[in-house]
Design a protein around this ligand. Structure first.
Ligand SMILES: Cc1cc2nc3c(=O)[nH]c(=O)nc-3n(C[C@H](O)[C@H](O)[C@H](O)COP(=O)(O)OP(=O)(O)OC[C@H]3O[C@@H](n4cnc5c(N)ncnc54)[C@H](O)[C@@H]3O)c2cc1C
Length: 581
């Protein structure tokens, strides 16, 4: 059932077995999983089914460094579906190495192991609509095994795969389930502004919520799950107090600290000495019709020996905005994206970075020399074959909205030379943090000061990984890297930024003194308050966050089932059945 929160009578009290706050991917999965297990769930969502600037601005930060952090207006989405309304759709799990104790990365330890999480991978793939949980081409005969033929897998590997969800807009994909469900009430247009503890401080008593018109609603349940996104979850905790005056979850001064994203950019081209036509540079469709892409990674043991953070890379396009690439397809894409029509085809973050703007944390840009319109038009005309292929292939798919939709486009290189885009671990940094400012949003909630920090270790780690890739390619005779900058660490530092993956500010820990939530995602010392978010992750790994967010969301729902007694259990088949287009 979907209820428009703005129509609820003021001072109403809503009740359920579980209240979930935030209808992004995490909240939607927890809510629907619990409903399938027979619980009555109230899902509170600040936004509605469509975009509203007034609601969106509730997430704006009070302070941030625009050179290092993307504006919250493009890094979050206050709408049913959360940031999945505008995300890219890349699905990647964490690696076993991320759960190993690695003193060179962090002295913090994950309180869960990789093996405890893999049983939830299949279910996460189901919610993300990204096929089956095969993330290594060595595990299947149905995909090309390596990026170039016969690549010798050793310290450097090219069998690692990322899977691409449609991209799944969780708001659209699961809306009908909410409409049909008698177990979940999705309340839209209602923002949780405070978590209120009972007098002992060890249980939550209720939540205070408000509509945009400041109408108050109380929500009460046995258990509470915060799924407001990495930063808004932390903000809600910081803005709520225990009876002793401490912010909820800040028993050990970790709340808001350890804020991480990823290091991303290009500092080198990779040149392969193998036949150019045999390079797997593009997406490949797997047996389920889902697009996958190969990545270059470093073996687990090798990372330990070399004391490297976890980092991967993939073959990228030249900067679309720079016409010196001479590609008709890329120039055509640039012309469309930089025209008023561009908004129809691409979310702001992607469109702005593809057209050369500086967007911290986004995969492309900034580009100093955009060339002239004439240069791009000239490319389109002198390279009609590539332009035509692009329009008929990628463009056609976008217009016809066929599913699964190819997530992007890549152009082949006749010289077998590709920009190498890295995506690497942001080493945990205690002073990288968010705090509350005195600036308040229209509902009276304090806005965040976002102080995202990187360190020399992050820049140096990226460069050392490149040296290892280069060394390995040269030793095996498969190619080499060609560096694009003299001062590589400086180039990484110039390019680094974040905001799109919001990791670490409610970190998980076995002991209360080491973090905010325990291994079951319960806030230490508060038995009925849980967090479903990438903010609970102890390290950032090389993976984009959403796949593991869903893994933990499914696991949390399973944990809550064992804590609370369901009234009626829906048969598993009813939960799993999905109408396919
Ligand atoms: C442009 C872009 C591209 C991305 N690409 C990728 C990608 O390719 N792969 C990947 O893994 N990740 C990607 N991400 C990140 C991904 O979108 C997030 O990891 C994911 O959406 C997080 O899910 P969530 O449910 O935890 O939070 P969110 O998606 O942020 O959802 C939180 C929800 O909570 C609601 N909310 C917030 N505060 C309150 C409150 N106080 N009361 C009630 N409701 C509230 C919000 O309105 C929102 O609906 C991308 C993000 C962006 C912005």
């Amino acid at each position: 059932m979907i209820i428009d929160g703005t129509r609820i009578e003021p001072e109403t009290t809503l009740t359920g077995d579980v209240v979930v706050v935030g209808a992004g991917p995490a909240g939607i999965v927890v809510a629907l999983e619990l409903a399938g297990k027979g619980f009555d769930v109230v899902l509170i969502e600040s936004g509605s089914e469509s975009f509203s600037q007034d609601v969106q601005s509730l997430s704006d930060a009070g302070e941030l460094n625009p050179d290092l952090h993307a504006p919250m207006s493009i890094a979050t989405r206050r709408q049913v579906g959360g940031a999945s309304v505008i995300w890219g759709g890349r699905c990647v799990p964490y690696d076993p190495v991320d759960f190993d104790y690695r003193p060179h990365v962090s002295d913090a330890r994950w309180p869960v192991s990789y093996d405890e999480l893999t049983p939830y991978f299949q279910r996460a793939c189901y919610w993300l609509v990204c096929g089956r949980p095969v993330f290594d081409a060595a595990m299947t005969d149905l995909l090309p095994r390596t990026i170039v033929p016969n690549f010798p897998e050793g310290d450097v590997q090219t069998t690692s795969l990322e899977r691409w969800s449609l991209p799944t807009n969780f708001g659209k994909e699961y809306l009908q389930r909410f409409r049909d469900s008698s177990r979940v009430r999705l309340i839209t247009g209602l923002t949780c502004t405070e978590i209120v503890c009972g007098s002992d401080g060890d249980r939550i008593d209720h939540l205070k919520c408000k509509t945009l018109a400041a109408k108050s609603v109380i929500v009460r349940a046995n258990s509470y799950v915060l799924a407001c996104g990495g930063l808004d979850t932390t903000r809600l905790l910081l803005a709520s107090s225990r009876p002793n005056g401490q912010p909820v979850g800040n028993h050990s001064d970790h709340l808001g600290r350890w804020y991480m994203g990823h290091a991303e950019g290009v500092i080198a081209n990779v040149h392969f000495s193998t036949p150019p036509r045999e390079t797997v540079y593009d997406y490949v469709k797997d047996i389920d019709g889902v697009y996958v892409r190969h990545r270059i990674s470093l073996a687990r043991e090798f990372q330990h020996q070399s004391e490297l953070p976890n980092i991967v890379a993939w073959l990228a396009n030249p900067e679309v905005a720079d016409p010196r690439h001479r590609s008709g397809a890329l120039s055509f894409a640039y012309l469309v994206l930089s025209s008023p029509l561009g908004r129809l085809f691409s979310p702001d973050a992607q469109r702005l970075s593809l057209t050369g703007a500086k967007v911290p944390g986004a995969p492309y840009g900034p580009v100093q020399d955009h060339g002239s319109l004439r240069d791009h038009l000239f490319n389109v005309l002198r390279d009609p074959a590539s332009t035509g292929r692009f329009i008929a292939g990628f463009g056609g798919q976008l217009l016809l909205r066929r599913r699964p939709r190819v997530p992007g486009f890549f152009v082949g290189s006749a010289t077998n030379t590709y920009p190498l885009q890295y995506h690497g671990e942001h080493v945990p940094h205690r002073e990288s943090r968010v705090t509350l400012t005195d600036i308040r949003d229209s509902l009276g909630m304090p806005r965040l000061a976002i102080d995202l920090r990187f360190s020399a270790q992050d820049f140096e780690g990226v460069v050392r990984a490149h040296r290892q890739w280069d060394d390995y390619l040269r030793r095996t005779g498969f190619g080499r890297l060609e560096y694009l900058f003299e001062d590589l660490e400086e180039a990484v530092a110039q390019r680094i930024g974040g905001g799109f993956h919001q990791i670490g500010t409610t970190r998980m820990s076995a002991r209360p003194e080491d973090g905010v939530v325990d291994q079951d995602l319960a806030v230490h010392g508060i038995s009925n308050l849980f967090v479903a978010s990438s903010s609970t992750f102890v390290t950032s790994g090389q993976a984009n966050s959403t796949f593991m967010i869903i893994v933990f969301a499914v696991r949390l729902a399973e944990h809550l089932r064992t804590l609370l007694r369901p009234r009626r259990v829906t048969p598993a088949s009813a939960v799993i059945a999905r109408p396919r287009e």
